[in-house]
Write a protein that binds this ligand. Structure first.
Ligand SMILES: [Cu+2]
Length: 134
């Protein structure tokens, strides 16, 4: 007689993850750990506590992950994962230039004019991305 348990196991896992998320919410950690892997905790949270809804540029393994778009003049959080110092430096000099150590966060203000703003890392020229302001 075949057993029907294999389809039940993933459901349990999903349920447990939801429970963990609720737990994190209750502990007020959701804002600090917004990634959904749920397995990594950041005990050394920095002084920067992004207000809910603040767009984040995340840097992991020398790769930028940018929000789909930000609003003109909006404050943007740059969160650097474990690793070396990186920067978010506008290709057009002087628009924005924020440097962030590993495991730290910083903020900068988006340009006030809509457009696509390419940027790079001052330390690693091969790192580049674009910030969409609209
Ligand atoms: Cu870099």
């Amino acid at each position: 007689m075949p057993r029907s348990t294999p389809s039940f196991t993933p459901r349990r896992a999903t349920h447990r993850r939801a429970g963990l998320a609720a737990l994190a919410l209750a502990a007020g950690l959701a804002a600090a750990c917004s990634s959904d892997d749920g397995s990594e905790h950041h005990p050394d949270t920095t002084a920067v506590a992004p207000e809910s809804g603040a767009p984040v540029i995340a840097i992991e393994n020398s790769t930028y992950t940018t929000p789909p778009a930000v609003r003109p003049g909006e404050e943007i959080v740059v969160r650097n994962g474990a690793g070396p110092e990186h920067s978010v430096t506008s290709d057009t000099e002087g628009l924005f230039d924020v440097h962030v150590d590993g495991n730290e966060s910083a903020t900068f203000t988006a340009p006030t004019t809509a457009g696509g703003y390419t940027f790079h890392c001052a330390y690693h020229p091969e790192m580049h991305s674009i910030l969409i302001v609209e």
